[in-house]
Each structure stands twice: as C-alpha cells, then as structure tokens.
Design a protein around this ligand. Sequence first.
Ligand SMILES: Nc1nc2c(c(=O)[nH]1)N[C@H]1C(S)=C(S)[C@@H](COP(=O)(O)O)O[C@H]1N2
Ligand SMILES: [Mo]
Length: 351
Amino acid sequence: MGDAISVEELQLAARNHGMPLEALRWDVTPIGLHYLLTHYDIPDVDAESWRLEIDGLVDRALSFSLGELRAMPSVELAVTMECAGNGRAHVEPHVVSQPWLLEAVGTARWRGIPVAVLLDEAGSRDGAVDVLFTGLDRGVEGGEEQAYARSLPLAEVLSGDALVAYEVNGAVLPPQHGFPLRLVVPGWYGMTSVKWLSRITLLDVPFDGYQMRQAYRRRMHEDEVGEAITRMAPRSLMVPPGIPEFMSRSRVVETGRCEVVGRAWSGESEVVGVEVSTDGGATWFEAELDDDALGRWAWRGWRFVWSAEPGEHELCCRARDAEGNVQPLEPPWNVGGYMNNAVQRVSVTVA
Ligand SMILES: Nc1nc2c(c(=O)[nH]1)N[C@H]1C(S)=C(S)[C@@H](COP(=O)(O)O)O[C@H]1N2
Ligand SMILES: [Mo]
C-alpha cells in the first residue's frame, strides 16, 4: 500500500464494511458478514406507503405495494456480489475513495421477482433500449445532487437473471442492504444492484446520470470518456490459514499438513480453475474445485493441501475463467481504482 489514508477515507471505511476473509468458509455469507457499501445515507423508508413504480416507454405504467410484490410467484438466486472498487487500496499511485483491501464481497440468497417478469407485465414499447433503476437515497457527488441511479441495457435485463429482491438469506432485507426492495444483477459488479429501489423507467436512450457517465468507468486520465464497468473480472480469495499476528495480520502456521481453502468467481465466463503458490507467485499448483451446487452466479469453493515447512512464505491464489483470463500478479491502475483483481498475497510464518 502506498500513501496513508485520509480522514475522509476513514469516514467511508467506518460507515461501510468488508467481509472478514475467514467468512469465506461459509458458502452463503451470513448477512451481517456480507460487505456493505452505501454512497450516501441509509434512507428512512415507510414500508406501508412505499411503492415500486414502473414507467417510461411502457404500454401500462404499473405501481406495486410491497404486499402485492410478495404475493407474486418468486424465485431465489444465490449471487456473489463484489464492489468494483475491491482491491483499490492496493493500487499505486493511491486513489482516494472507499479504501477496500480485498474484502468487498459476499454471497447471499436473494428472493424476489425477475425484472423481466415485471417488464413483461408493463409491456415495453418500441424504441425502449435502456432500463433505469432509481433508489430512494439522495446525496451530492461530483458537485451534483442526485438520487442513486443506474441503468442496464434492456436486452441485458431480458436475457439475464436480474431480480428485485425483498428477502435475503430467508429474512426481510435489513435497512442497510436496501429494505424494502433492491435490484440484484448476477455477474455484474455491485454498483449495478440498486438498493432502496423505488422506480424502474424504460428509456429510448442510454441513461447518462452521474453513476453511469462519471463514476464506474475505466479511464487512464480524468478527461477521457473511458469504458463502462460491467461484469466482475475473475477473482479468488483464500481464508488466511493459521492465526493472525494482531497488528500486521500476517499469519502463523504450524509445520505440517495445512489445508488452504477459498472461493473463486467471475461474472464474464465461468471459473474453470484456481492455482495456488506458496512462494509469492514463482511456482503454481492446481487447487481442487468444489462442485457448483450454488449455481452459476455464486462463487465456487476450492481447496489445496500445503505441506508447510518452517520459514517465511507468501501464499497466493489466482482464478482463471473459461476464456483463459487469469488474475494478474500486479494491480492494474485506473483513475477510479476499479477492477483490481490482482492475486491475493498472504505472508505466513511457519513455526
Ligand atoms: N441506492 C443505492 N444502491 C446501491 C448503492 C448506493 O449507495 N445506493 N451502492 C452500490 C454499490 S457501489 C455496491 S458495491 C452495492 C453494495 O451492496 P451491499 O451494500 O448490499 O453489499 O450496492 C450498490 N447499490
Ligand atoms: Mo461498489
């Protein structure tokens, strides 16, 4: 890590939180351990008067109460969600924003209604190309007052598994994760999954609000348009083995057999393998992948047996997808510090 973080970054880091990496041991993350990222404030929502509006280029504008949505046929989907800024604190030069290390991830079972079903009921009119999702939380960002809002191409919504969820892991959504309703877009970075959803609007042009035009773009200079950030790049993380040293968080492991376990995911194409290195990335060994019992949109478990010998070691892991994309050894840099999927490195002392 480069420069020290500022009080402003500490304000963000204290409001939001990551998933402690030892929580990788659960296939479905207990919701209190799931990472959390909120740009503004958690809005005060009255569930009785709250409604979901569907409008814009539709045949029939629709409006649903929470009770009406809960009475509709529902689906449940296990989804791994990761913040596009995960890994930001490891990029150099330093990028000022939420200073995630590696822990901005979690997997949950979201229950709700496919967005495609709601759009089918509303009927999309000719010329509709983009679907705007607007949240109830408001703030000022980049000098612009705004409600948090993001869009997805209509074709992406119709062909994908996006849902509006009112339950997570079998319980009512907690306030911080979007009560009473949130969007969940499998495979995409977390910014797409709008919390505190209040409105779905069909547009005849791609939405160009702040969170589309300014934030969440990959650019090498402030003044270039850059490329929109969409799906999650492949990543694997391990449960740091042994016990931590309090301040450095480096690990202490006993000599002998040590099973290293972790999870891997990718939003582009499926993870097909995970490799582990115990010498800082000089040599790699194939880990064993668990089955994909949670389905395509959730992370996959993996394990590797290490014969730990006395001395200092650096454990690393890297995932690769079906298209041959592999996690890089060094953090990629861009203006926003997005999509840093460089390999995890864990310092271990074997006693
Ligand atoms: N309305 C609203 N939705 C939002 C956000 C937000 O600030 N407001 N943050 C986004 C970002 S950047 C991420 S990474 C995910 C985090 O979801 P979680 O807090 O449930 O883990 O929510 C997304 N949806
Ligand atoms: Mo995020």
